[in-house]
Ligand binder design. Structure first.
Ligand SMILES: Cc1cc2nc3c(=O)[nH]c(=O)nc-3n(C[C@H](O)[C@H](O)[C@H](O)COP(=O)(O)O)c2cc1C
Length: 259
């Protein structure tokens, strides 16, 4: 009976809370490096996937060694070599006033409100020559911000691959943006037309392959018009002059097949 006093009950509860909180915080601190490493591996995997560079049996880190990470000043389209890849995180940078800027509402077709001033690009070189440029893109779908890597051939115009890797769209509807079958439909599509106008789009329904404009069109996901519109809008934002437009133009100007 003496053991059932209020004081003892409170003491046991407090001790239990203390022990649990120590255990949880120790686990959080100890697991942080592993979480960071897994996050980095996930990002690398998706960059490699967009570039069609994943190979079974080869480690992600080894495959990623062929990729050069560079930073682009989006306002000028020039490389900015002052950025340190070890410390720069674009998702963090977008929250910092000195590293990002607000997007005027009339320009914000991707519905993202703010954007980084400097964005990373991943360059795939083969035998010392540039083969593919992989850029990060994102924008709002119906429910969520959808994040992807878009791989573009060195002509600055032909899609090499597309990999959506983070979103909250409905599985089976808009969530099909991460379906490899749909992602494969982007391969070979041309972003810009012969006049240099940004022409890539996602249709409602299927592309008529006999039409000349089919080269700029991708089948829309069924029952997901709002997600499809979000994908088209985010592409137009990031490929336009507020995004990587100035940077990519230089590749297209180097003698290009515009489809
Ligand atoms: C539970 C639920 C989930 C939905 N998820 C999506 C979605 O992820 N993406 C989307 O574009 N539409 C989604 N929709 C449908 C939209 O509300 C809208 O009807 C649709 O985008 C219209 O596309 P459609 O013209 O291709 O049918 C969802 C609807 C419901 C009821």
């Amino acid at each position: 009976m003496a053991n059932e006093t209020i004081g003892k009950t409170i003491t046991v509860a407090v001790l239990l809370c203390f022990v649990c909180s120590v255990l949880v915080s120790t686990a959080a601190v100890k697991l942080r490096p592993r979480q960071e490493r897994n996050k980095a591996l996930f990002t690398k995997t998706n960059i490699l996937k967009a570039g069609g560079l994943l190979e079974e049996g080869k480690s992600i880190d080894a495959l990623f060694e062929n990729i050069e990470v560079k930073y682009v000043n989006l306002e000028t389209g020039e490389y900015d070599d002052s950025v340190d890849p070890a410390t720069y995180d674009a998702r963090e940078a977008v929250t910092k006033p000195d590293l990002s800027r607000a997007i005027p509402a009339e320009d914000d077709i991707a519905n993202i409100k703010r954007m980084v001033k400097t964005a990373e690009v991943y360059l795939v070189n083969k035998d010392g020559e540039l083969e593919t440029i992989i850029i990060p893109v994102y924008g709002k779908g119906l429910w969520s911000t959808m994040y992807a890597f878009l791989a573009i051939e060195k002509d600055g115009n032909t899609v090499k691959g597309y990999s959506f890797y983070d979103h909250g769209e409905t599985p089976g509807l808009g969530g099909e943006i991460d379906n490899p079958v749909w992602q494969a439909k982007w391969e070979g599509k041309k972003l810009f037309n012969q006049e240099g106008a940004l022409s890539i789009t996602v249709l409602k329904g299927e592309v008529n392959k006999d039409r000349p404009e089919a080269i700029h069109q991708v089948d829309g996901l069924a029952g997901a018009t709002l997600t499809n519109n979000g994908v088209r809008n985010l592409m137009h934002f990031w490929l336009g002059d507020n995004g990587f437009g100035k940077y990519l133009r230089k590749f297209r100007n180097q003698g290009v097949d515009n489809g």
